[in-house]
Design a protein around this ligand. Structure first.
Ligand code: NAG
Length: 135
């Protein structure tokens, strides 16, 4: 019985150390609205559809995931804003190259387009990399 309890305690602390992911990083992704109007964002991967979410100005949509063992999880997002539309990979090889040190990506959605950074610093700053304009 005591061994069993010890096992439970060790296992649960191991799980919290690894942020509830088993031996792969937990990624955190934020889609920040830096426009004067709401946008809608629809995030999906091959396996998961996270749904369509409305994000008011100055708010963000957040999601997290446990990376695949081979670090190849990918997420795409569709955006609707002010009669404009765009689709982009919010977790792909390029976003990973910008965010991998912290496994954390901030996407800044602005009237002129989309920027990515691993730090949520004020805009404009060199940390923000311009990725795409609206379609
Ligand atoms: C998501 O919501 C926006 C805004 O309401 C809408 O224009 C768009 O068609 C919706 N997309 C999907 C896939 O439901």
């Amino acid at each position: 019985m005591h061994h069993f309890l010890l096992y439970i305690i060790l296992t649960s602390s191991l799980i919290s150390i690894t942020n509830s992911c088993f031996f792969t990083p937990k990624w955190n992704v934020y889609l920040i609205n830096d426009t004067p109007d709401s946008f809608a964002a629809h995030v999906m991967s091959k396996d998961d559809d996270l749904g369509n979410h409305t994000v008011p100005p100055n708010a963000n949509y957040y999601f997290s995931f446990c990376d695949r063992w081979d670090r190849t999880s990918q997420f795409d997002a569709e955006f609707w804003w002010d009669k404009k539309y765009q689709c982009l990979g919010v977790v792909n090889d390029f976003a990973r190259s910008k965010c991998h040190w912290l496994a954390r990506c901030y996407w800044l959605v602005r009237p002129e387009g989309f920027y990515v950074s691993m730090y949520n610093v004020p805009f404009p700053r060199p940390e923000w990399t311009f990725v795409k304009s609206w379609g």
